[in-house]
Design a protein around this ligand. Structure first.
Ligand code: AMP
Ligand code: MG
Length: 314
């Protein structure tokens, strides 16, 4: 795939928005770092983020929107959220709020959490692109997993050329560190320190913010071993199934109740994964057997999620 460099002007924003609507990946500058954007409503596009970054697990992504009004379509808003957003949006602050049941977002975005991380960025290029696209953009940092976050278009190109449709070149990012993440679905809690100082948050809230232990890495509930396991037992690497089992297939297999990707495409499988697990869960409790999934590319994240579904229950 050819990775285009788009100019930060009306023609570049229009092309970037068209690529996003078509399920493409577009990197763009925010005031923190360059983000790797995809339409947060499209399963396949979001799956491609994990593929392009080589992420070994489906951790939740931050959704970027143009303004507070748009944010309210995806999260359950509150007075406190309103106060904080008026003070700091647009800006390097992400709020974690309850996900609206009618959000229409891909379950890959939240890694099946009941909450959503959302923010309104201040960078003029991010703002213009979001206004033009007029929808929710899921965007982690635009670097291969485990590498340094990019603060220039050239860094994005160095890491992701050939894996994404385009990068909008908006020069260097100002802040250079990730957004501060504030949990608001419960008591205000600092989930990640970042570009906005916690003291500024505390003076807006008028109370101390519960802090996590010094920069402790966030363990999202969706990453715990048997979280969101289906009611039925799950058996992996099944090449044959017994009479009572239901097969969650991958590739050319016979007798699958559902197939993650009949053609053996890992991106398609990732896009279908949460939907199929939920469907099987709804349809009954007969044991689930899953076809072998190759341990390459997106297969790592798919197998990580399936292993947790198959882990012994507490
Ligand atoms: P990045 O991938 O660098 O953009 O980082 C995204 C950060 O947001 C990670 O630390 C995630 O764990 C965190 N995050 C995203 N969604 C949620 C959520 N619903 N609840 C808590 N943390 C979240
Ligand atoms: Mg990152």
């Amino acid at each position: 795939m050819d990775t285009k460099t788009l100019p930060a002007d009306a023609s570049g924003f229009a092309e970037a928005a068209t690529l996003l609507r078509g399920g493409g990946l577009v990197a763009f500058p925010t005031e923190t770092v360059y983000g790797l954007g995809a339409d947060a409503r499209q399963d396949h596009a979001v799956a491609r983020i994990f593929e392009a970054k080589g992420r070994p697990r489906f951790n939740p992504l931050i959704v970027h929107v143009a303004d507070v009004e748009t944010a309210k379509r995806y999260v359950i808003w509150s007075d406190l959220a309103d106060r904080i957003a008026s003070a700091f949006w647009p800006g390097p602050l992400t709020l974690v709020l309850p996900l609206r049941p009618d959000s229409g977002l891909s379950p890959l975005v939240t890694a099946e959490l009941p909450t959503l991380a959302i923010r309104v960025p201040a960078h003029p290029v991010a703002k213009a692109l979001l206004a033009q696209f007029d929808g929710p953009v899921a965007a982690p940092s635009a670097n291969p997993s485990g590498k340094i976050s990019p603060t220039e278009a050239a860094h994005v190109r160095a890491g992701l050329t050939g894996r994404i449709e385009a990068v909008v070149d908006g020069g260097a990012c100002d802040v250079g560190v990730e957004s501060t993440i504030l949990g608001l679905s419960d008591t205000p809690t600092l989930l990640r320190p970042g570009g906005l100082p916690v003291e500024a948050l505390e003076s807006a809230i008028g109370a101390p913010v519960a802090g996590r232990a010094e920069n402790a890495p966030l363990t999202a509930p969706g990453q715990m071993t048997s979280h969101y396991a289906p009611g039925a037992t799950v058996r992996l690497n099944a090449t044959e199934i017994s009479a009572e089992e239901r097969l969650l297939g991958f590739g050319k297999v016979d007798g699958a109740t559902l197939n993650l990707s009949p053609s053996g495409d890992l991106t398609e499988a990732a896009a279908n994964l949460f939907h199929h697990l939920h469907q099987l869960d709804q349809d009954g409790d007969a044991p689930i057997a899953v076809s072998p999934i190759p341990e390459t590319g997106l297969g790592l994240a798919i197998n990580d999620r399936l292993k947790r579904a198959a882990a012994p229950r507490d």
